[in-house]
Write a protein that binds this ligand. Structure first.
Ligand SMILES: [Zn+2]
Length: 320
């Protein structure tokens, strides 16, 4: 018989599905990861299979699932539980919460992945609550997204699509972007595009961003595409800062693991573009590439700010 309650969290990425079970204290008790399209070449059967496996993990540990949180890229209507549009997942008007609820018979909460990450970042810093009342969270991985918090509240916009920072045009008639536009930030500044641009220049020595970073002192092609990435991010972040006046900017996702190699030049470039005002503090995410996953756990567990802080604090130091 189950003796405790738990939630399942899934972070739906363009390449991988990350899943975890969080216990009632917010501690991540197990995690699993599978390829996004590893089941029947579609994302939805993979999400269902991963959720079943995590429910079984929880059951084996004596816990019963009381809720499921999903973090998804794309245009997300979180109040309706619908993925309005997610190009990389081939989804349009998919009632994802309803589908998962029908099988698992527990409440399902759906949130945009960057907004889920921002919820986790905010919750992870209860001692710095004032700083995280006005901030921008930018996860950089396969793609580049964003979430804006002003006055302590997430900005959703008229169509739930606020924060698509990756598709802010910064170079007139610039590089072609996956969205169909040209010159978007994402065309220069995601893990995918920076590697593609490196290859287009003839670079042959890096197939991952950690490899690219390791070459920065010896490979002029790596240096060139990294500089373009920093400049693209700085243009976008300084523009957002001019409009929104954030206290801080938090860089998350897999690329944030580059640490000061990314953040030091980025801070300088942002400050250069804002000579008339103090630049916002640019920080590395405390949650690494797990912010979306932890955020999904938080929205599944507890939507009250107090409960979120307890949850995120537990999740940070005890990640396996
Ligand atoms: Zn674009």
């Amino acid at each position: 018989m189950p003796t405790s309650s738990a939630v399942v969290a899934i972070d739906i990425g363009g390449t991988t599905l990350k899943g975890a079970v969080f216990n009632s204290s917010g501690v991540m008790v197990c995690r699993r990861q599978i390829g996004t399209f590893s089941v029947d070449d579609e994302a939805l059967p993979g999400i269902q299979a991963l959720t079943r496996a995590l429910r079984n993990d929880a059951s084996a540990a004596g816990a019963e699932i009381e809720g499921i949180g999903l973090a998804s890229p794309g245009v997300i209507d979180s109040s309706a539980g619908q993925v309005v549009y997610a190009a990389n997942l081939h989804w349009e008007e998919l009632n994802l919460s309803e589908i998962i609820e029908a099988e698992f018979r527990v409440p399902v909460r759906l949130e945009h992945d960057a907004r889920a990450g921002a919820i986790a970042e905010q919750a992870a810093h209860p001692e710095e609550r004032s700083r995280y009342r006005n901030f921008i969270f930018v996860p950089i991985g396969t793609g580049l997204s964003g979430a804006v918090v002003t006055g302590g509240s997430l900005v959703y916009g008229a169509r739930s699509s606020a924060g698509e920072f990756g598709h802010m045009p910064i170079v007139p008639s610039g590089a072609v972007c996956s969205c169909g536009g040209r010159g978007c930030i994402e065309a220069y500044a995601s893990a995918t595009t920076v590697l593609n641009r490196y290859k287009m220049r003839g670079g042959k020595n890096a197939t991952s961003t950690p490899q690219l970073v390791s070459l920065l002192n010896i490979d002029s092609d790596a240096q060139a595409v990294w500089s373009e990435l920093v400049e693209a991010l700085a243009l976008g972040l300084s523009s957002l800062s001019a409009v929104l006046d954030p206290d801080c900017i938090v860089i998350g996702g897999g690329l944030s693991l580059a640490g000061e190699t990314l953040l030091s030049p980025l801070r300088l470039a942002v400050a250069e573009k804002l000579p008339w005002r103090p630049a916002p503090v640019v920080l590395q995410s405390a949650l690494g590439s797990d912010a979306g996953l932890i955020g999904a756990g938080i929205v599944a567990r507890d939507r009250s700010p107090g409960g979120r802080s307890v949850f995120a604090q537990a999740a940070i130091p005890k990640r396996p």
